[in-house]
Design a protein around this ligand. Structure first.
Ligand SMILES: [Ca+2]
Length: 549
């Protein structure tokens, strides 16, 4: 579910991604008046003799306002739930006395609706979900002041949000180029290794091979898979030694085996620099090696043409020796989260670690989404809204939003939170406690990244095993996102699309041998093609340190 959300986010951003921190020096013009007015908002707060901030909010503790109906705010969000009845939303109303009016639209129509709202001036007090992006923060926040700066309110009233901002790199990621924070941070536990190759251990046994440690040994194993009846069905010709998830092929990640760990946009880590790697000699080495495997019949011939269903179907028929995937469950045909089942696949080790082999660290164990909720200048008493979110970030409220309310389907035992089996509850009760009905999952919530539930029958966690295995061979740093200067956003987006299409199309041609990666003139022509699409400008806007040669 989270991955779906992330892919939506990426789509919405059209990869407004780049390097470390935001800083994004200068670039964006700030629209003078508005920001300075809003910056002083908490300085003008008054506290009366009853301890009320601005005549309404209790300065400490719960409830936030004295009685139900004293304060109400609206939230615009993309969400396709059947009803407005969210378990934790009701809990928060009891805790805070604050009412929420939801304006929910499915993702497909939310963007258009939000633009209409913003143009008409009749927008909600809070805008949240996957429809926001960096460009909107710059336009409606930095330039127009429709979204208001929140950092002073956080500092004064929101200890839980402050703790989240103090996590490594989060405040930098959240801070817009004008120095203000416009979003309520959404930080969520994430994997350090996204997509990676998985290798079939039963096949390895059947062909009498050890787990490979180098690209040569790997090639040797793939050949054995191809030449023998590795799946043991009596047919020596049906084995597909190597395949990959068609929507997330990520074969360029294997450039890490040759010393240049790279993401799917070709952005790579080279020592302490972040560079464009798609024109680099290591990527060329990888393509040359991978083309050789292709030529030897070791790679799925449908690699560049199949859809997900085809890929999964072949996996379910036991035809793969290796495949790249987020998790092997996606193609191995076993039932996910069933503690009695462990996939026959395990993580292929990072290859060539005796030389330069290294793998890209995707996250530091958590991801920061910086455009998940903003407060608009239509909101009265934005300090109440910030504290409402701050209260949602309390540990047991975070547990409630993520897994279920404590005392109902999560039980506290000592310091542990144990997930309770609720399958004996009536169906409508179970329905109320389902993930999508707990909380508007498109909005920020928070659980510490290292928080673990205690499960009575924990399922084998292949992802955790993978992370532990890869940890010594991961890059120290991750690739992060910068703020693309507002004036550059359209051009950046156009070049990104063109570069991406070209990179993928040329990759397929090199792998399949439609052009020769080992031919200097053909390689140079590919590199020139990248440059003619605007690679050099793109690298500057993306804040990279250069282009790997
Ligand atoms: Ca066979």
């Amino acid at each position: 579910m989270k991955r779906k959300a992330v892919s939506l986010l990426l789509a919405a951003l059209t990869c407004t991604t780049a390097l470390t921190g935001c800083g994004g020096q200068g670039s964006t013009k700030s629209n003078s008046g508005k920001s300075s007015k809003e910056t002083s908002s908490t300085a003008e707060d008054t506290v009366d003799e009853n301890g009320k901030v601005n005549g309404l909010m209790n300065s400490e503790g719960l409830p936030l306002v004295d009685k139900e109906g004293d304060y109400k705010f609206s939230i615009f969000v993309d969400n396709s739930n059947e009803s407005d009845d969210f378990y934790m939303l009701n809990e928060f109303k009891k805790q805070t006395n604050v009412d929420v009016e939801l304006r929910r639209f499915p993702y497909e129509t939310a963007t258009e609706r939000l633009n209409l709202d913003l143009n008409s001036g009749d927008y909600a007090d809070v805008i949240g979900g996957w429809t926001l992006n960096d460009s909107m923060i710059l336009t409606y926040g930095v330039q127009q002041g429709v979204f208001i700066p929140l950092e002073d309110i956080f500092k004064k009233y929101c200890p839980n949000i402050e703790k989240v901002l103090d996590l490594p790199g989060v405040r930098e990621q959240m801070t817009a180029p004008d120095g203000h924070i416009y979003g309520i941070p959404y930080v969520t536990g994430d994997t350090t290794v996204g997509y990676s190759p998985w290798i079939n251990e039963r096949w390895l046994k059947n062909v009498n091979k050890e787990v490979p440690k180098t690209t040569d040994e790997f090639e040797d194993v793939l050949k054995a898979f191809k030449d023998q009846d590795a799946n043991g069905n009596g047919n020596v010709n049906d084995e597909i030694p190597f395949s990959t998830d068609p929507n997330n092929k990520h074969i360029e990640a294997m450039t890490g085996y040759f010393g240049l760990p790279m993401n799917k946009f070709g952005v790579a880590i080279q020592g302490d620099k972040v560079v464009y790697g798609g024109a680099g000699k290591e990527y060329r080495k990888f393509l040359s090696w991978f083309h050789k495997l292709f030529k030897e019949g070791l790679i799925d011939t449908e690699l560049f043409t199949q859809d997900s269903a085809t890929w999964e179907g072949k996996g379910n028929k036991d035809l793969y020796g290796t495949s790249i995937a987020y998790g092997s469950n996606e193609f191995s045909g076993i039932v996910m989260d069933d503690p009695t089942q462990k996939s026959e696949f395990s993580a292929l080790p990072v290859l060539n670690t005796d030389k330069d082999g290294i793998w890209l660290r995707d996250t530091d164990g958590f991801s920061t989404f910086r455009t998940q909720a903003v407060i608009t200048d239509n909101a009265k008493n934005p300090e109440i809204i910030c504290r409402w979110f701050d209260n949602a970030f309390e540990l047991e409220n975070g547990i409630g939003c993520n897994k279920g309310p404590v005392g109902v389907d999560v039980i506290k035992e000592g310091d542990d939170y144990v997930i309770k089996d609720i399958s004996s509850l009536p169906e409508d009760e179970q329905e109320k406690l389902s993930w999508g009905n707990l909380w508007i999952q498109e909005l920020p919530k928070y659980l510490p990244a290292d928080f673990e539930f205690k499960e009575e029958n924990p399922a084998y966690d292949e992802k955790k095993a993978l992370e532990e295995q890869y940890e010594p061979d991961l890059t120290k740093d991750i690739i992060t996102e910068n703020w693309i200067p507002l004036d550059d956003i359209d051009r950046y987006s156009d070049i990104s699309t063109a570069l991406n299409d070209y990179f993928n199309q040329q990759q397929a041609m090199f792998v399949m041998g439609e052009q020769d990666v080992d031919d200097d003139a053909q390689w140079q022509s590919y590199v020139d093609g990248l440059k003619s699409l605007g690679l050099e400008d793109w690298v500057k806007m993306r804040g990279l340190d250069g282009i790997a040669k």
